[in-house]
Write a protein that binds this ligand. Structure first.
Ligand SMILES: [Fe+2]
Length: 499
């Protein structure tokens, strides 16, 4: 039968939409997919694509999870890394998969579901990538109709009012049913804010007030949000920031919002010339690292201080104090010398390759709002995924839980640590030579020292393991561990909700 005749018959049978994936599959895999499949590294499981949702499955538990961590750890990360033989070229591109680990003593169950964003639904239906992603421009894609048409909901989660919001940073949050992980649609805070960027790192004050921001790169506008503990929007506005860079995270203090702005600046001309969103950014170290401080009550009151140029994704926390020398804001964050890791390391893992990068360091800075001067100290600790006691957000804190121990043979970190940022003392637990550490969160336990809860990819056994540590005896190792019968793709952020 001639191909034309086959197409006519299929079309008349209503089967034409099937042709696109069939044609693409016949064309074979792209080079990145071929490289990834050929790579001999066992850690590459962390960047593999689960073919489908993962139904609720019981883990094998050693020990007993303490009562304080009875509840649900929600996590999320890029998981849909390839489709129809086409592989994304950046870790951050993939469709989000949201996870819940339901913890009850010696019983732990896990479920994972892809977030059914409009992009994922359309692309799975087509059997191929139809739209651009953060670091990849598939051939022949049209400019997106809106930010939410390329939203992959893959970066973080915010439990709010019984739901879970799956967060990206370029567009809306996506509502997820906390019990079923069903996708419920995008969150629109107010009709005129539909589709506005809403970052993956909102900060929640101890009174439940949610603060967030969004970067509108093309317009050099920084959107600001204040949401009440009841989940209702109180205020939103967009403030102009010249040379607005990529900003992934921020901090709040009692009276201020604090943005550390690395000199990685969006260039509209590059985007118009066909670059991916990531590649439209230019490293401009002459701008330094600008610290933008915004008055929480009056967003028109803003001040900019300067730190040495550097790059960051994540902030641990910030707090402020009034002194005779002026108001001081103390902030800790994870600093890299430059943005090479986002351009190379986080890209090459997608074809199973490791590119060495300078380890990011836990760094403390003090901003003096009176003198306008800022100073910083780098703690001699490599770090990522900093988390603090959620009761101390915006208040003086001592301890930061973070991943640590970069190794030349690992795409990430091999240990979890708890560091006292006042003394620099740190204790850590190393998971051994065949594990990649994911984010660990701090879980409070009344007036007791609390718990540290987090996952690793054990690529030696090809399983994902959830561990719980006594926060003040981290080095003693986990008090309980739950091992899943499978390995999950490496995720980004999570949040614990008590039962
Ligand atoms: Fe993040």
């Amino acid at each position: 039968m001639q191909r034309r005749e086959l197409m006519r018959l299929l079309a008349s049978a209503g089967a034409l939409p099937l042709l696109a994936p069939l044609a693409r599959a016949a064309a074979g895999k792209d080079d990145w997919q071929t490289d990834f499949e050929a790579a001999g590294t066992r850690w590459k499981t962390g960047f593999a694509t689960p073919p489908d949702d993962l139904p609720l499955t019981r883990a094998t538990v050693r020990g007993r999870f303490p009562d304080a961590v009875a509840g649900t750890l929600f996590r999320i990360g890029p998981a849909g890394h390839d489709l129809g033989g086409e592989r994304y070229h950046h870790w951050f591109d993939g469709d989000g998969m949201v996870h819940r680990f339901v913890i009850d003593g010696a019983d732990v169950r896990h479920q994972g579901r892809y977030v059914a964003t409009p992009k994922r639904v359309a692309e799975v239906r087509a059997g191929r990538h139809l739209m651009e992603a953060f670091g990849t421009m598939p051939p022949g894609v049209e400019p997106p109709a809106s930010a939410d048409s390329i939203n992959v909901a893959n970066t973080s989660v915010l439990p709010l009012q019984g739901e879970v919001l799956a967060l990206w940073e370029g567009g809306s949050a996506t509502r997820i049913d906390a019990r079923t992980l069903d996708t419920l649609g995008v969150k629109t805070w107010r009709p005129d804010l539909a589709g506005m960027p809403f970052s993956a790192h909102p900060r929640v004050d101890p009174d439940g007030t949610v603060w967030n921001f969004g970067v509108a790169s093309g317009q050099s506008l920084l959107a600001l949000y204040e949401i009440g503990a009841d989940g209702a929007l109180r205020r939103a506005a967009a403030v102009p920031v010249p040379e607005l860079p990529m900003v992934h995270d921020f901090a709040v203090t009692a009276r201020h919002l604090v943005f550390l702005m690395p000199p990685l600046v969006y260039d509209t001309k590059r985007k118009e010339a066909g670059a991916s969103f990531l590649d439209a950014h230019v490293w401009r170290p002459e701008l330094g690292m600008r610290a933008l401080v915004v008055d929480k009550q009056d967003w028109e009151r803003r001040q900019v201080l300067e730190l040495p140029a550097g790059f960051l994704f994540h902030v641990g926390n910030a707090w402020e104090e009034d002194t005779p020398r002026g108001t001081l804001i103390h902030i800790d964050y994870v600093r890299s010398e430059n943005a090479d890791a986002v351009f190379t390391t986080n890209r090459e893992v997608m074809r199973g390759r490791l590119v060495k990068r300078a380890a990011p360091r836990l760094t403390a800075a003090t901003l003096n709002l009176g003198t306008g001067k800022a100073v910083q100290t780098e703690l001699a600790l490599d770090a990522e995924f900093p988390r603090i006691d959620p009761r101390r957000v915006g208040l003086r804190h001592r301890h930061v839980v973070h991943a640590t121990q970069t190794r030349p043979d690992l795409p990430g970190f091999g240990a979890v640590a708890r560091t006292d940022i006042e003394t620099g003392r740190s204790q850590r637990f190393g998971y051994g030579p065949q594990a990649v550490v994911e984010e660990h969160v701090f879980v409070p336990d009344g007036s007791r020292p609390g718990w540290v809860l987090g996952t690793v990819l054990d690529f030696g056994r090809q399983k994902t393991v959830l561990s719980c540590f006594a926060a003040d005896h981290l080095a003693a190792g986990p008090v309980a561990q739950a091992t899943l019968p499978y390995a999950l793709p490496l995720g980004l952020h999570g949040a614990f909700v008590k039962a």
